[in-house]
Design a protein around this ligand. Structure first.
Ligand code: GUN
Length: 281
């Protein structure tokens, strides 16, 4: 392997230590930063994610509530619950775990969250703020990717960044964040005719598709920085990303592993956003 590893666990540890310090300072002023994690139904992956989020809060001096509801909760009742959390002074951040059951309109629920408490950064007001470069909460996964680039002191000005994937949660906000740092940004997706022609031009590649081996060694310019947002299982059931790590790490200059890369950073940035929501009061 020739690429340097960007270690998401190590960076998370540093950032969480700083969160814990800032949380202690707030507590000394009588404010305990609080996160409400709302879970509807029994989706096994969601249950693991929310447990990890709540535990990360506890470990770093933030208050958290896991607001759990049965899968048949009505949309009206969920909206009422969000409204109650909007008005709860102990809660500074609200996160509604997705996906929601099919009978609930996720967009409507996310829009019901007060933008000042939208620590997931999914509200249209947060997306708009990012779009126009105004202060607001950034979605945690792309925000974590930006912190990983910052951790290697990577100057994006004038660099070509290629984002593979155009989701509202990762691809689109990622592109805007890279643009804000003066990169030239290309967004590729399922209808891009020649992905390899694009990625071969890239100084930075962010793979956020949710499919194994979307990026292989022959698609990467020597020395490029490769950020892998994917969370997939290989044939042996082992966690893997979107990037062929074994091959690409022979060509790239920097690479993030899966596991231990972007994953821990997502929860870390959730803590950072929750802390900032409390600090802004
Ligand atoms: N489901 C998968 N990832 C996420 C996330 O980051 N936030 C929320 N709310 N739901 C998710």
């Amino acid at each position: 392997m020739t690429a340097h590893l960007i270690d998401g666990n190590a960076l998370s540890k540093q950032l969480r230590a700083s969160v814990a310090e800032r949380a202690a300072a707030l507590r000394a002023r009588g404010i305990t930063p609080g996160l409400a994690v709302v879970l509807v139904g029994e989706n096994p992956a969601s249950q693991v994610y929310v447990r990890n989020k709540v535990k990360a809060c506890e470990d770093n001096g933030l208050y958290s509530v896991l607001d759990k509801h049965p899968a048949n909760l009505s949309e009206a009742d969920l909206l009422a619950r969000v409204e109650a959390l909007n008005n709860d002074p102990a809660i500074h951040g609200i996160l509604v775990q997705l996906p929601l059951p099919a009978h609930i309109d996720s967009h409507k629920v996310i829009e019901a969250i007060a933008p000042a408490k939208d620590v997931d950064g999914f509200h249209v007001a947060s997306a708009g703020a990012l779009m126009v470069g105004q202060p607001g909460f950034w979605p945690c996964t792309p925000y974590g990717c930006m912190m990983m680039l910052e951790s290697i002191h990577y100057d994006l000005r004038g660099k070509h960044a290629v984002v593979i994937g155009r989701s509202n949660i990762v691809g689109k906000p990622m592109a805007l964040m890279l643009l804000q740092k003066n990169a030239t940004v290309t967004i590729c997706h399922s209808a891009t005719p020649d992905l390899k022609a694009m990625t071969l031009q890239a100084d930075v590649i962010v793979a956020a598709v949710g499919k194994r081996n979307v990026l292989t060694a022959d698609m990467v310019k020597p020395g490029a920085v490769v950020i892998d947002v994917g969370m997939n299982r290989n044939d042996d059931g082992k966690l893997c990303g979107d990037v062929d790590f074994a091959g690409v790490s022979q060509v790239a200059g920097y690479i993030t592993p899966v596991p231990g890369g972007v994953g821990p950073m997502t929860i870390t940035m959730l803590l950072v956003n929750t802390l900032e929501a409390a600090e802004r009061l």
